[in-house]
Design a protein around this ligand. Structure first.
Ligand SMILES: Cc1cc2nc3c(=O)[nH]c(=O)nc-3n(C[C@H](O)[C@H](O)[C@H](O)COP(=O)(O)O)c2cc1C
Length: 205
C-alpha cells in the first residue's frame, strides 16, 4: 500500500486533546512533502438522509473548530442549512496517515466570512464572485464570460463582498487518527468528546 518509510506512532504519548495532535500531524505532513495537505473530503447528507461528498480546503483548525468556506446556496451549503452536521477526512499518503472528524457545523457571521475571503488570493475572490455554484451551467462560454467579469472586478475591488460566501466551523464530537503500518498493524486512536474534555480509545484496524 505505501512504499515509503512510515513514521512510528505511539498513542500512549499522544496529547490529551485532538487539536494538538492534528496540528503536529499537519506540520509533519508539510515537512514530509505531502502535496496539498490542507485538502480534505467534506461529507454531508441531503434532505433524504443520503450521503454526499466533495473536496474542500481547510481554512484553519483552532478553538472554533475545523474551518472551510463555500457558498451557502451551493449544494453542500443547502445541505448544511437543512442538516448542520458533517464529516471531514484527510489522507496524507506520504506518511500513511488519515484523520477523520465528525460533528455539528455552524456558519460564521458574515463579517468573519468576508474577511476570511478577502485575506485570500485574487483568484479565490474571482472564483467566489463567479458564484452560482452547483447550478446547471448552460455552456462553457457562459462560464468564461462570467469568470472574466469576476476576475476584472476582483482586481479592481479587492474587498468586493460575496454575500453567499460563508465560512463554516465543524466542532468535532469525534476525531480519529490512523497511522498506517507496513505489516498492516495500523494504529487507530479515537478521541470522543465528553462533558469535561476528551476520552480516547484504540480501535481494531
Ligand atoms: C482540491 C480541491 C479543493 C477545493 N476546495 C473548495 C473549497 O474550498 N470550497 C468550495 O466551495 N469548493 C471547493 N472545491 C470544489 C468542490 O469539490 C465542489 O466541486 C464544489 O464546492 C461544489 O460542491 P457541491 O455541489 O457539493 O456544493 C475544491 C475542489 C478541489 C478538487
Amino acid at each position: 500500500m505505501w512504499d515509503v518509510d512510515l513514521p512510528a506512532f505511539d498513542p500512549a504519548t499522544a496529547p490529551a486533546e485532538p487539536l494538538a495532535l492534528f496540528t503536529a500531524w499537519f506540520a509533519e505532513a508539510v515537512a514530509a512533502g505531502q502535496v496539498e495537505p490542507h485538502t480534505m473530503s467534506l461529507a454531508t447528507t441531503d434532505e433524504e438522509g443520503l450521503p454526499d461528498v466533495r473536496t474542500v480546503m481547510l481554512h484553519g483548525a483552532d478553538a472554533s473548530g475545523w474551518s472551510f468556506a463555500t457558498h451557502a446556496d451551493s449544494r453542500k451549503g443547502r445541505q448544511l442549512a437543512a442538516r448542520p452536521h458533517a464529516a471531514l477526512g484527510f489522507y496524507w499518503p506520504a506518511q500513511g496517515r488519515q484523520v477523520r472528524l465528525r460533528g455539528p457545523v455552524t456558519a460564521a457571521p458574515s463579517a468573519e466570512s468576508q474577511s476570511d475571503l478577502h485575506a485570500r488570493s485574487t483568484g479565490a475572490l474571482a472564483a467566489a464572485l463567479t458564484g452560482r455554484q452547483s447550478q446547471v451551467l448552460g455552456s462553457l462560454e457562459e462560464l468564461a464570460r462570467r469568470s472574466e467579469a469576476a476576475w476584472e472586478r476582483a482586481q479592481r475591488e479587492p474587498d468586493a463582498p460575496v454575500p453567499t460566501w460563508t465560512l463554516y466551523h465543524l466542532r468535532p464530537q469525534a476525531v480519529e487518527f490512523f497511522q498506517g503500518d507496513a505489516r498492516r498493524r495500523h494504529i487507530r486512536l479515537n478521541y470522543r468528546r465528553t462533558e469535561d474534555g476528551w476520552a480516547t480509545e484504540l480501535l481494531w484496524p
